[in-house]
Write a protein of this length. Structure first.
Ligand code: ZN
Length: 208
């Protein structure tokens, strides 16, 4: 008991783990797996995610078994600091949608002895680093990149290719507008799309 106290409270060390990858790579599942394992060890766990639309309810339960973990949507990353009082393991899902302050929030939690497990998309649909993810990856002690399977060739996929015309960075609840692609297939699809755009705008000019 004495030793347990010593380990859990006096010498508790915090750190940051990042799980990154494309859509359909199982990031959230990996986050939940890690947090469930911690919960099984009697640690207090909670998942926070950005409130980007009214898709989320006030508090959502990620799974319905005995080890269910509540997932709390928050409007800004600073809310996590206020809500994470007394929590041993903080999970953060969809971290790419948080404001840049999320990096300081994670570091502060880690300094306070909290284990922070972050999951997020490392690249947007154009293949560019997504939001605060590069800074989180640079600051983390441990990084795991998970992969989806390329739907074109079956290799490991790291890109979330969007095949709708929408150019907005955030396309919420539109999973069916994306497919996972490897670098090679993404590059050729992207070139194809760009070429199509160029020829389309040429047509428009011709019509004028
Ligand atoms: Zn491929």
């Amino acid at each position: 008991m004495f030793l347990e106290k010593l380990v859990n409270q006096n010498t508790r060390k915090g750190w940051i783990e990042v799980i990154c990858g494309s859509m359909f790579s199982g990031k959230t599942e990996e986050l939940i797996r890690r947090l469930k394992r911690a919960k099984f060890a009697q640690l207090k766990v909670e998942i926070f995610k950005p409130q980007i639309d009214n898709r989320y309810h006030e508090e959502e339960v990620v799974s319905h078994d005995r080890n269910s973990i509540s997932s709390t949507p928050v409007p800004a990353s600073s809310n996590i600091l206020l809500l994470a009082n007394d929590i041993d393991v903080v999970g953060i899902d969809e971290a790419q949608f948080f404001d840049d302050e999320i990096v300081n929030v994670c570091n502060q939690l880690a300094r306070q002895g909290v284990r922070v497990v972050v999951a997020g998309l490392d690249m947007d649909f154009m293949g560019k680093p997504f939001g605060p993810m590069p800074a989180l990856l640079a600051t983390a002690e441990y990084i795991t990149k998970v992969h989806a399977i390329c739907v074109e060739c079956g290799d490991l996929a790291q890109h979330s290719y969007r095949f709708s015309e929408n150019e907005d960075l955030v396309l919420v609840g539109e999973q069916e507008s994306y497919k996972p692609l490897c670098r090679k297939c993404f590059s050729s699809k992207y070139d194809e799309k760009e070429m199509l755009k160029i020829s389309k705008s040429k047509d428009e000019i011709d019509e004028l």
